[in-house]
Design a protein around this ligand. Structure first.
Ligand code: PEP
Length: 265
């Protein structure tokens, strides 16, 4: 098995330009001061759209890459306010979140429209990060695995075994609440996701697919989550807006890979 550890920061609507540019610099400086194996760690920053233009023109250095929070299910045309995958790909976006629960709940994205978006993203040679996760009511009703399976099969409908994808398990009740899933709760869903990928695409493809956990990850709970063999990284909201916290989560990821403390150069 060889899959990268991915730590991705979803900034949502935040922050103001001056703070966002400082945050990028602090994360970049923090990473260049740390020792890690470049091929084993990927760090995505996923800011509001206007930052993309600024940063992609200026350029960012590995292991940082830039992601987008949203894309249209359409490619080109008269869809005011939307942003299409071909344009995002042209400008150098390397990953696109699809099916985040905030988009499903507040912007009426359905399993079907999520699947269409994922299809567009892989067709453009960009990695989709398909977000799946149950609500609290669904968990209480013991429907977690059914919900995940439904979201996965619709979301990956147009994906083939050769496409590069990332899946993020984000229980809706854990997002922005400060109440993370326990490592055990997350691990059993991650195992189910990997089994589902294996059924759909084969064991080798499933073994190479990074499955991230998202939902109130912070430097204090990251170690326990990332120590689980099927948790390959984190999709981070609130804690990605504070450089020290985001770098702290990255340190926990480096430590888990290394089997010892993260060290400075
Ligand atoms: C998210 O919105 O993807 C997320 C995981 O947010 P938070 O870390 O704030 O729970």
């Amino acid at each position: 098995m060889s899959r990268p550890t991915i730590i991705a920061g979803n900034w949502k609507l935040n922050p103001p330009r001056i703070d966002g540019n400082r945050l990028l610099e602090e994360v970049a400086e923090g990473l260049s001061a740390r020792e890690f194996w470049p091929e084993s760690l990927e760090v995505f920053l996923i800011p509001p759209l206007p930052y993309l233009g600024e940063w992609l023109v200026r350029g960012v250095s590995p292991p940082i890459a830039i992601g987008a929070q949203h894309c249209s299910p359409e490619g080109w045309g008269a869809f005011t306010g939307e942003v299409g995958v071909p344009v995002l790909a042209d400008f150098g976006v390397k990953m696109i979140l699809v099916g985040h629960s905030e988009r499903r709940q507040r912007y009426c994205e359905t399993d079907i429209s999520v699947g269409v978006r994922v299809g567009r993203v892989v067709a453009a040679g960009v990695r989709p990060c398909l977000c799946v996760g149950e609500t609290e009511a669904e968990r209480d009703a013991h429907e977690t695995f059914d919900v995940i399976e439904r979201q996965l099969s619709a979301g990956l409908e147009s994906v083939s075994a050769d496409d590069e994808i990332v899946v993020a398990y984000e229980p809706v009740w854990a997002i922005g609440t400060g109440r993370s899933a326990t490592p055990q709760q997350a691990a059993e869903v991650h195992r189910a996701i990997r089994s589902s990928l294996a059924r759909q695409f084969g064991v080798q493809r499933a073994d190479r697919t990074a499955i991230l956990y998202g939902g109130s990850v912070n430097p204090g709970n990251a170690s326990g989550l990332l120590a689980e063999p099927d948790i390959d990284g984190a999709l981070v909201g609130g804690s990605s807006l504070v450089a020290g916290d985001f770098l702290g989560i990255i340190d926990r990821a480096i430590e888990t890979r290394r089997g010892g403390p993260a060290v400075s150069k």
